[in-house]
Design a protein around this ligand. Structure first.
Ligand code: APR
Length: 308
């Protein structure tokens, strides 16, 4: 294939991204990790599923960032995963080093690439990758909103006993405790959920979505979610590769939208061949906007902790 996608970090999330990418047959996949043998072994294993699963892309593993050369998109999943009791913010300093190095390597070896950040704490790491790479903000975004929305969609579908794909939703704000699920923009086959379930249920589902990552961390005991994060990342890769102009939430740089500036946070965007092509400004109700801005303020605080 003549397109190339690199995935930094060949752990649980990185390997899931590689698997879903291969299945999507979009491009060749380069898996990069500091652990010797891991990216090579996982990519060989995934390659060997190709004849059965019907994909033809080349999957390669490497410990050398140079091998990202010529990548169209780089997905950063490198970092430490949350352990039970740890918040995403606990990971802040440890993962800032790793994401900073990753961004330096992308700048050096794949200067034309789009960057999709998956490492947590997401919105802060995305800002950090934007700053360190020096890339324009349309070429750097973070994967969180697609994951948070898909969790919301799943819970609504489970509650109502309807097809998952018929549920659409919008979750904004930071990828953490301050996330802002928007039931008003959640529909089943075009019907607002307020017409299909009572307010208490909607509140409970919003809360479960907000704690969606922690619920899985608690169950797994070591490590955090990776199947849905992997699938959500590939949805974003596909939107860019195929110029789909998807209207989806992702962590994007704000320049006055929603009353905030110089900050990455989850908002609805149009994602296409130019990356984040547009930020959609919804007419939010006061309490929704307040929640979004409060989320932004929290993240401004965390950015200071890593020197911004
Ligand atoms: N360069 C490349 N890879 C690195 C680097 C680095 N500088 N530092 C760490 N890694 C690799 C590790 O060797 C490991 O293989 O990142 C991988 C992380 O994998 P896991 O520990 O399995 O973590 P995972 O579950 O994949 O989560 C990764 O994604 O969703 C987020 O919160 C999650 O921040 C975490 C990240």
């Amino acid at each position: 294939m003549n397109k190339k996608i690199s995935v930094i970090g060949a752990g649980n999330v990185g390997a899931s991204v590689a698997q879903y990418l291969a299945e999507a047959n979009l491009a060749d996949v380069m898996l990069v990790d500091i652990l010797e043998g891991i990216p090579q072994g996982k990519s060989l294993d995934l390659s060997q599923a190709g004849p059965i699963r019907g994909y033809n892309c080349m999957l390669t593993g490497s410990n050398d960032p140079k091998d990202m050369k010529g990548s169209d998109i780089v997905v950063i999943t490198a970092g430490l995963a949350r352990k039970p009791g740890m918040t995403r913010e606990d990971l802040l300093k440890m993962n800032a080093d790793i994401v900073g190095t990753s961004a330096d390597n992308i700048k050096k070896h794949a200067p034309k690439a789009f960057i999709i950040v998956v490492t947590n704490p997401l919105d802060i790491m995305t800002y950090h990758a934007f700053k360190r790479s020096g890339f324009p903000s349309n070429r750097v975004c973070g994967q969180a909103g697609v994951l948070d929305s898909t969790r919301f969609r799943t819970f609504v579908a489970m509650e109502l006993g309807v097809a998952m794909c018929d549920v659409q939703s919008m979750v904004l704000g930071g990828h953490g405790d301050t996330m802002v699920p928007l039931p008003r923009y959640t529909t089943v086959g075009g019907i607002p959920i307020a017409e299909l379930m009572d307010a208490d249920k909607i509140t409970a589902i919003s809360a479960r979505t907000r704690d969606g990552g922690a619920e899985i961390v608690k169950l797994l005991k070591s490590g955090s979610a990776y199947y849905a994060p992997g699938a959500a990342s590939v949805e974003m890769v596909r939107a860019i590769m195929l110029d789909e102009k998807r209207l989806i939430p992702c962590s994007a740089m704000l320049n006055g939208e929603y009353g905030m500036k110089d900050l990455y946070i989850g908002v609805p965007v149009i994602l296409g061949a130019n990356g984040v092509e547009k930020i959609i400004e919804l007419k939010l109700q006061k309490k929704e906007l307040d929640a979004l801005q409060k989320s932004g303020e929290t993240y401004k605080g965390f950015l200071k902790e890593i020197g911004y």
